[in-house]
Design a protein around this ligand. Structure first.
Ligand SMILES: [Zn+2]
Length: 123
């Protein structure tokens, strides 16, 4: 997408931002006396409105806070967390029933086993 800038004073459109050369008043020495800045246009030709920076900044701050919080974790807390994960993993293991033939059964998600009256075709 080509970026466009428009002078709101004379509607002149340029492909670069900056001051409108027609409307900006220059002094004899080439210095700017009255600056008329072009506004950026979006792809619809309307005034370009930058995306709201607020939520992004908040997210950034949240990330920083999270990082700070992580740094605050002591070695003991970290060990406790790892213990917690271990306990959860053990609990998960207990919930998996191992049948007599050694096949694991994950609750209702029982794997399809080919039987004599199985319509499932072998690949
Ligand atoms: Zn202009």
């Amino acid at each position: 997408m080509v970026k466009k800038w428009k002078c709101i004073a004379c509607d002149e459109i340029a492909n670069f931002k900056g001051l409108c050369r027609t409307c900006t008043k220059y002094g004899d020495d080439g210095g700017v006396i009255e600056a008329v800045r072009r506004i950026r246009l979006d792809k619809y030709g309307n005034e370009y409105k930058p995306a709201q920076a607020e939520p992004r900044r908040l997210t950034h701050e949240m990330m920083l806070n999270q990082r700070r919080a992580n740094r605050k974790i002591t070695k003991r807390q970290r060990t406790q967390m790892q213990e917690q994960i271990k306990i959860q993993a053990e609990a998960m293991k207990d919930s998996i029933e191992v049948s007599e033939d050694g096949l694991m059964e994950f609750g209702e998600e029982v794997e399809h086993i080919h039987g004599p009256d199985c319509s499932h075709e072998e690949e």
